[in-house]
Design a protein around this ligand. Structure first.
Ligand code: ARG
Ligand code: ZN
Length: 877
C-alpha cells in the first residue's frame, strides 16, 4: 500500500524564502476543549523577490478560520488554503501584516508534535516541523524572527502560563480566565517556540552569571514531584558555570525555565528560555531512580542548556545541517560529564554507546552521512549517527587542533556566527581560518556514511632496530554510496616496550606524525620508526581517537599485555573487550578457545579487579563482558544469536568458575554503607557490585540466590533494579517472583513501570513474547505514552536478539503487529521501534527471511505513515 507521501527532499534544492518574517505576534486562547490561535505576522519581500511572487506558508492538519492582510479580510480568490499550506497568490510588494486564525484540538493530538495535552498540561514540541501544526508559517530554521506571545486560559486548570523569553505582563482576563504575555527579544526559528499552560508545582533557584547578572531558574512539574527535581536543578547550575569556564559562554535571558511532562517523543527540547523535558530525565529520588538515571538527567539537562549557544544563538540553515547543533552539543555534554565525573569512565561509556547503537546503524540499511543530503521524513534523521558520530567528528577536530587551538576555533565560531542560521561548511571554515589547516579532506567525515575499518600490521627488525607499522583504511559501501573516499583519521598512539614502559624512537619516515598523533589520510601508510631498541607492542587509537573499527595482527597475548601495561586507560579497557569479543565470536563460529586463553583473560580480569589504583567505576567497565549485540556486530554476517548467546554464557562460566568465591567476596566487600548519594564514587561501587552480580549469575550457580537477596535487601533503586534485571535476563528461578514483586511494589509510578517493562522485555526464555502480549493487551496499558511503548517494544527489538530474531518469526511479527497500531497514534514512536530491524542483513538466512517476511506483510497490508514507510523501504531496499 502507498504511504502518506513519497516525496524526497534534497539538500541541493535549498533556496532562501522569497519573503522574510519581520516579527511574530501570537495570541492563544486556551479552553478546556479547544485552543484558538490568532497569529499576526509582519512580512516583507526580500530584495530580489519579484512582485507577484506567491507566499506559501506551511501547515499540518490545520483549518483556516479567518484571514486578513493589514486588517482587511482577504477575498477568496486572493489565497488558497488546505491542511498543509496557505498560499497568498499575490502578496503586497512591501511590508504587510498577515493575520490568520485557526482552532486546535490539543487533547486529540496524539502525535505529540505541535500543541498537545499531556496529563492535563498544555505543552508544545516544535522541532523540527511542529510549529506548522500550531499556525501557518514559514516553518524552517532559516526564518528567524522575534516572538511575542499572549496566552489566556482558565485560571483553575492552568494557573501557570509560560512561554519563551521574559514575562512582560499578566493579569485577570475575566470569566475565570487569566492571561500572560511573554516576549523573546532574541530572533529565533519557529522550532524553538514553546508554550506551557497547566496546574504545575515548581522549584526555583537562581544563578549569577560571570558578568554578574542574576538569572531566575525554575523547574515545573506535577504537584508533589518538586523534591524529585532538585538534582536536575543542581545539574543546571553546574552546566551554566561549566559553559562559562570551558567555552566562555554566558546565559543571555533573565529567566531559564524547565518543564517536565509525561508524554514526550524523545528526551528533551532546547526551546529558548523554556526547555521542555520528558519527565524521566528530570525526576529522581533514590528509591525510584537508578544511578544511571541520575547520570542521564545530568547529561541531558546540560545538553539542552548548552544548546542555548550551539543551536539557538547559532542555529541550522536547514535540517540537513542538524549535526551542526547536535554533534557539537553532544560533544559539549560529553566534555561536561567528563569534567564533572571521571574522564576515562565517561569516554568508555560513550564509546560503548557508539558501538552498540551507532556502528550498527552505520553498517546497515539505515546508514547515512552525519550531514545527509536527502530525506523523506526529517524526524527519521534524529539518529545516533547525527548525534553521536557528529560528536566524534567534533572530538577529532579537537584532537587535531589541541586544547588551545580548539578553544580559539570555538571562540571564533561564536563570534562570527552569533545570530546566524548556518551550515557545516561554515563551521569547518571557522576551524580552518583559526588554525590555518586545510580541512577539505577532513570534511568527508560529514559527507560520507559508514564506519571505516582500519587494518594494522607491524614488523620489527631487531638487526636494524627499526619498527614498521602499516595502517590501511577502507569503508564498505553503504546505501547509495558505492565508492568511498579515504578519510583523515587521527591515530593517537604509543609504543610499549617489553617491560611495559613507553618506548622512544629516534626518527620516523613514511607518513605524518605530530607528537603522539599519526595522521592516516590515504588508503594506506607505512611508517618506519628508527632507533627502537626492542620489539614494541603498539597502542593505537588511544582514547578512541577516531570512530573506526580496528583489525590487527595483535594476538590474545598482546591484547592482555596492553590490558596490563598501556598507560592509556581507554586502551587497557578496549584490549580486554577485544580479547573477550574475539573468544566469544570464534566460539560461536565453531572455533573453541583454549584453556590457556581463558586462564590468561581471567587473570587479567582478576588483576584489574584487585588493582588498588583503579576506581570501581572503571573496574566495572573492565569486567563488563561484551553484550551479544556487540559480538554479533563483530561477526558481521550470518549471525546466529543463539550461538552467540551460548558462547558468551560459556565464556563467562569458564571465566568465573575457578574464581567464583573470590568474586563473591569482592561483591560483598563493595556494599555501600551510609545514606545514598548519586555521586560518581558511590555509583561506581554499585556498578562494580552489580557487574559482579551479573557475572556470577550468568557464569555460576551462586548468582541467582545472591540476586534474590540483593533485590530484597536493596535500599535504593540501583541495587533493586539491577538484581531484577539480571535475574530476568538470565531467567533465573527467582525471576518471575522478583518481576511480580517489583510490579506491585511500585504500582502507580509510571517511570518505575518503564523499568519493569524493560527488564521484562529482556528475558531470554521462550515465554517472553507471550508475556509481553499479555502486558500490551491489558485494558489499562497506557498505549499512547512513548516511554511505556519504547521501554517494552524498543528494548525488545534493540537488546533481545535471541527472541526478537527467532527463526519462526514470532519476535518480528510481535513488533510489526504492534507497529500497525502505534503508527496510527504516533508515527515517530512507531518508526523508531521499527529501526530494530536494521539487524536483518547480519543474520543467518532463516532468520533474515523471517524478518523480511514480517516487514513485507507490514508494507503490503497496511496504510502507513511517511515515518514508518521511509524506514521500511530503506530496510527492504
Ligand atoms: N533538539 C532536541 C535535542 O537534541 C531533540 C529534538 C528531537 N526531535 C525529533 N524529531 N526527534 O535535545
Ligand atoms: Zn540536542
Amino acid at each position: 500500500m502507498r504511504t502518506e507521501s513519497e516525496q524526497t527532499i534534497y539538500l541541493k534544492d535549498y533556496a532562501p524564502t522569497p519573503y522574510r518574517i519581520v516579527s511574530v505576534e501570537l495570541d492563544f486562547k486556551i479552553l478546556e476543549d479547544s485552543t484558538r490561535v490568532r497569529t499576526q505576522l509582519t512580512i516583507e519581500p526580500r530584495e530580489q523577490t519579484a512582485p507577484g511572487t506567491p507566499l506559501v506558508l506551511d501547515g499540518d492538519e490545520l483549518k483556516l478560520d479567518s484571514i486578513a492582510v493589514d486588517g482587511a479580510p482577504l477575498v477568496l480568490s486572493a489565497y488558497v488554503s488546505d491542511a498543509n499550506s496557505l498560499t497568498l497568490m499575490e502578496p503586497p510588494h512591501r511590508r504587510f501584516v498577515l493575520e490568520t486564525e485557526v482552532t486546535l484540538n490539543p487533547a486529540a493530538n496524539t502525535k505529540l508534535m505541535g500543541l498537545y495535552r499531556s496529563s492535563g498540561t498544555w505543552c508544545t514540541q516544535c522541532e523540527p516541523e511542529g510549529f506548522r501544526r500550531i499556525t501557518y508559517y514559514l516553518d524552517r530554521p532559516d526564518v528567524l524572527a522575534p516572538f511575542k506571545v499572549r496566552m489566556s486560559a482558565p485560571r483553575a486548570v492552568a494557573p501557570v502560563l509560560l512561554a519563551n523569553g521574559n514575562l512582560v505582563e499578566s493579569g485577570d482576563a475575566g470569566e475565570g480566565m487569566h492571561f500572560a504575555v511573554w516576549e523573546d527579544p532574541f530572533l529565533k526559528p519557529a522550532y524553538l517556540f514553546a508554550l506551557v499552560a497547566g496546574d504545575l508545582g515548581s522549584i526555583t533557584d537562581s544563578f549569577t552569571t560571570m558578568s554578574g547578572r542574576k538569572v531566575d531558574l525554575g523547574i515545573y512539574c506535577t504537584h508533589g514531584k518538586e523534591d524529585e527535581c532538585l538534582y536536575a536543578m543542581d545539574s543546571l547550575k553546574r552546566s551554566m558555570a561549566w559553559d562559562e569556564r570551558r567555552f566562555g559562554r554566558e546565559y543571555d535571558l533573565d529567566v531559564f525555565n524547565i518543564v517536565a511532562v509525561s508524554d514526550f517523543n524523545f528526551g528533551a527540547m532546547e526551546n529558548k528560555g523554556l526547555n521542555i523535558f520528558n519527565d524521566r530525565l528530570v525526576f529522581a529520588k533514590p528509591e525510584t531512580a537508578t544511578d544511571a538515571n541520575y547520570h542521564g538527567i545530568e547529561r541531558v539537562i546540560a545538553h539542552e542548556y548548552f544548546h542555548n549557544w550551539t543551536g539557538n544563538r547559532i542555529t541550522c540553515r536547514d535540517w540537513f545541517q542538524l549535526c551542526l547543533k547536535e554533534g557539537l552539543t553532544v560533544f559539549r555534554d560529553q566534555e561536561f560529564t567528563s569534567d564533572e565525573r571521571s574522564r576515562p569512565v565517561q569516554r568508555i561509556h560513550d564509546v560503548q554507546n557508539l558501538r552498540t547503537s551507532q556502528f550498527p546503524e552505520d553498517g546497515g540499511p539505515l546508514a547515512h552521512p552525519p550531514r545527509p543530503d536527502q530525506y523523506r521524513e526529517i524526524n527519521n534523521f534524529y539518529t545516533t549517527t547525527v548525534y553521536e558520530k557528529g560528536a566524534e567528528i567534533v572530538r577529532m577536530l579537537a584532537t587535531l587542533l589541541g586544547e588551545a587551538g580548539f578553544r580559539k576555533a570555538t571562540d571564533l565560531y561564536f563570534e562570527r556566527h552569533d545570530g546566524d542560521a548556518t551550515t557545516i561548511e561554515a563551521f569547518i571554515k571557522v576551524f580552518e581560518d583559526s588554525s590555518g589547516r586545510d580541512l577539505s579532506q577532513f570534511s568527508t567525515w560529514y559527507l560520507q556514511a559508514g564506519t571505516p575499518q582500519v587494518n594494522v600490521s607491524d614488523n620489527y627488525d631487531a638487526a636494524s632496530q627499526t619498527y614498521t607499522l602499516t595502517l590501511s583504511q577502507k569503508v564498505e559501501p553503504t546505501p547509495g554510496e558505492a565508492t568511498k573516499k579515504p578519510l583523515v583519521i587521527p591515530v593517537r598512539f604509543g609504543l610499549i616496550g617489553p617491560n611495559g614502559s613507553p618506548m622512544g624512537w629516534s626518527k620516523v619516515s613514511g607518513g605524518t606524525v605530530e607528537d603522539d598523533l599519526i595522521l592516516l589520510d590515504t588508503e594506506s601508510v607505512t611508517l618506519t620508526f628508527a632507533g627502537v631498541a626492542n620489539k614494541p607492542v603498539p597502542s593505537l587509537f588511544r582514547g578512541f581517537s577516531a570512530p573506526v573499527k580496528v583489525t590487527s595482527n595483535l594476538g590474545q597475548e598482546d591484547l592482555l599485555f596492553l590490558a596490563r601495561h598501556d598507560s592509556d586507560p581507554f586502551n587497557r579497557w578496549d584490549a580486554l573487550q577485544t580479547a573477550a569479543t574475539t573468544l566469544i565470536a570464534n566460539a560461536a563460529l565453531g572455533t573453541a578457545w583454549s584453556a590457556g586463553e581463558v586462564d590468561a583473560l581471567r587473570q587479567a580480569l582478576v588483576d584489574t579487579l584487585e588493582n588498588p589504583d583503579l576506581d570501581p567505576a572503571y573496574k566495572a567497565q573492565a569486567i563488563d563482558i561484551p553484550a551479544d549485540t556487540v559480538v554479533g556486530r563483530h561477526i558481521g554476517k550470518d549471525v546466529n544469536p543463539d550461538a552467540v548467546a551460548a558462547a558468551r554464557k560459556d565464556l563467562v562460566t569458564a571465566l568465573v568458575g575457578p574464581v567464583a568465591e573470590k568474586l563473591e567476596a569482592i561483591y560483598h566487600g563493595l556494599a555501600v554503607s551510609g545514606p545514598y548519594s548519586p555521586d560518581a564514587a558511590q555509583a561506581g561501587s554499585r556498578s562494580l557490585r552489580n557487574g559482579l552480580l551479573g557475572l556470577l549469575t550468568t557464569g555460576s550457580d551462586r548468582g541467582a540466590e545472591l540476586a534474590d537477596r540483593q533485590y530484597n535487601d536493596a535500599t535504593n533503586m540501583t541495587e533493586r533494579y539491577a538484581a531484577m534485571a539480571i535475574s530476568a535476563r538470565n531467567w533465573t528461578p527467582g525471576a518471575p517472583a522478583l518481576l511480580g514483586d517489583f510490579r506491585t511494589r511500585f504500582a502507580g509510578d509510571p517511570l518505575v513501570f518503564d523499568k519493569w517493562l524493560t527488564a521484562s522485555a529482556q528475558a531470554t526464555d521462550d515465554g517472553v513474547i507471550e508475556r509481553m502480549r499479555a502486558t500490551l493487551a491489558a485494558p489499562d496499558f497506557p498505549r499512547t505514552n512513548p516511554n511505556r511503548l519504547r521501554s517494552l517494544l524498543g528494548s525488545f527489538a534493540m537488546t533481545n536478539p535471541v527472541q526478537f530474531t527467532r527463526a519462526d518469526g514470532l519476535g518480528f511479527r510481535f513488533i510489526t503487529e504492534a507497529i500497525v497500531d502505534i503508527d496510527k497514534v504516533n508515527p515517530q514512536v512507531a518508526s523508531r521501534i521499527l529501526t530494530g530491524f536494521r539487524i536483518l542483513p547480519t543474520l543467518e538466512q532463516s532468520r533474515r527471511t523471517a524478518g523480511i517476511e514480517a516487514l513485507q506483510a507490514l508494507k503490503d497490508q497496511h496504510k502507513l505513515s511517511r515515518n514508518v514507510g521511509e524506514i521500511l523501504d530503506r530496510i527492504l531496499a
